[in-house]
Each structure stands twice: as structure tokens, then as C-alpha cells.
Design a protein around this ligand. Structure first.
Ligand code: SAM
Length: 254
């Protein structure tokens, strides 16, 4: 059984494995391109990137002509790496800050057209997720949107614990709620990266959105790999064919 670890430690220890400017990790193929599509229209938007890591998604948003992006992450090393990349290839309007989103009472003083959170909530308990979504709601302009993705809640119960992506479930779909499942996701170069998932059910995410103040119907996608992925690299993507990998939400603030 894989051991769970403190989030900040995990990401401080493996910031080097996350640093990238092109698709490297499985989820760079199976999730991030779809999420960026869900974020459109991006041009001219001011964006808050929660759990931005070393800034891969923030930079992609800036490439798509966002006016401003503020990325926040708990890991000093991930933010250091993001800032280094910003020094090498600067985007005007892109900034980063270190912060624990579970503790920030005022996420920031400004408001945003778009809030994104790419694989952040799987590091939070149900109550931390609810609070963070409430804060995300409060910094969104009216008409603004939230786009986020989490590992698909069914995946740990459908997939064996092996290459190229898994979570080691402790407990069942309902009894495992708020349990921290350790897992790994692979890079295309064959090296695994440690990830975790504080398990929540699909209903939990819908309820948290409602509790946060969102009233409109979210657009929800169950992200998977497709035939193109398998054609590109059957050994890497093949084992995941037909499995729900990630759950993505887009929801508007009225
Ligand atoms: C799976 S990584 C994703 C990074 C980035 N969003 C991406 O898509 O490349 C999750 C990130 O969430 C950050 N994170 C987890 N819990 C956090 C918290 N409470 N506050 C701020 N950042 C957090 C981690 O440090 C890590 O960088």
C-alpha cells in the first residue's frame, strides 16, 4: 500500500518532475487540453489559478491571451519553479504567490472573470473544498466562471493499482469519503509522479457548488483518453481505454 504524505512536502519534493513547457504527464494529454478548451473564451480575461503548481496551466492561459493570471500554490518549490520560468519567458500580467488556500480568508482583494483549479480539490477534505469554493465564488465577477477538474471519483474503484494512473482506495465509494488515497500518475518518459486524492463522491462536488452559492447548472465532462491517444502511444494510453479518468466542471456565477 502506498503511504500518504503532507501535500506541501510532496510538491516541494517533486517540483522538478512537474516542471514542463510541453505535455509530459498523462493528464497533460487526458485533461489539460480539454480544460483549456472549457476555459475559452480566455482572451482579455483576468484569471485566478488555484493550486497553480509550477504554472503550466497559468502559462497556457497567458498564451491564449489572458489579460492577467494570478497563480497561488502551497508549495514554495513549485512557485519558485514557476517564477524561474517566468524570468526565462516572461508573460506580462502573470504573477504567482505562495499560499495555503485552506487558510486564506481573503483569497485576494481583486475580482476575476475566471477561476481555475486543476487537480486542487483532490488535496482537500470535503469541508476544505466547500470553503475554498465559497471563496472562489466570492472573488468571481457576476457572469464569471469557475473551471475545475478532479480525478474521477469512480476511478479508484474501477482500476487496478498500476501504470499509468491509479489511486489506492482505502474504503468503499461512500465509506471512503474524506479518506486520503495515495496514487501515482506517469510521465511519458516512464517515470511515476506521486499524487493523492482525498476522496469525495460526485454528489459531494455538486453539493459543495450549491453550498458555495452557485445556482446555475454546471457543464460536466467525464474526461477519458481517446482513440487518437492510443494511436499515438498504445503502450502508454492503452491500459486506460474506456475508463473515466477525470471529472471536469464549468459553472457560471449568476
Ligand atoms: C496535481 S498538482 C496540479 C498543479 C497545476 N494546477 C497543474 O495543473 O499543473 C496540485 C497542486 O495543488 C497544490 N495544492 C494542494 N493543496 C493546496 C492548498 N491547500 N493550497 C494551495 N495549493 C495547494 C499543490 O501544491 C500542487 O502544486
Amino acid at each position: 500500500m502506498t503511504m500518504t504524505q503532507d501535500t506541501r512536502q510532496i510538491y516541494n519534493a517533486q517540483a522538478g518532475q512537474w516542471t514542463r513547457d510541453e505535455p509530459v504527464l498523462l493528464s497533460d494529454y487526458s485533461a489539460r487540453p480539454f480544460l483549456l478548451e472549457m476555459c475559452e473564451p480566455i482572451a482579455g480575461c483576468s484569471i485566478l489559478d488555484l493550486g497553480c503548481g509550477e504554472g503550466y496551466v497559468s502559462r497556457e492561459l497567458m498564451k491564449r491571451k489572458a489579460k492577467r493570471t494570478l497563480g497561488i500554490d502551497i508549495s514554495e518549490n513549485m512557485i519558485e519553479s514557476a517564477r524561474k520560468q517566468q524570468l526565462n519567458e516572461p508573460y506580462e500580467g502573470l504573477e504567482y504567490a505562495v499560499g495555503d488556500l485552506r487558510e486564506e480568508d481573503d483569497l485576494c482583494v481583486e475580482s476575476f472573470d475566471l477561476v481555475v483549479a486543476v487537480f486542487l480539490f483532490n488535496y482537500m477534505t470535503l469541508s476544505e473544498t466547500r470553503r475554498t469554493l465559497q471563496r472562489a465564488f466570492s472573488v468571481l465577477e457576476s457572469g464569471g466562471r469557475l473551471v475545475f477538474a478532479v480525478p474521477h471519483p469512480a476511478l479508484p474503484f474501477l482500476k487496478e493499482d498500476k501504470f499509468p494512473f491509479y489511486f489506492d482506495a482505502t474504503g468503499g465509494y461512500f465509506s471512503g469519503r474524506d479518506q486520503r488515497f495515495a496514487g501515482e500518475i506517469w510521465r511519458r518518459d516512464g517515470s511515476p509522479v506521486k499524487v493523492q486524492c482525498v476522496h469525495k463522491t460526485i454528489e459531494d462536488y455538486f453539493r459543495c457548488l450549491k453550498d458555495a452559492g452557485f445556482r446555475l447548472m454546471p457543464d460536466v465532462h467525464e474526461l477519458k483518453i481517446n482513440d487518437e491517444h492510443v494511436k499515438q502511444d498504445p503502450k502508454f494510453f492503452g491500459p486506460l481505454l474506456d475508463l473515466p479518468l477525470h471529472l471536469a466542471f464549468e459553472i457560471e456565477k449568476q
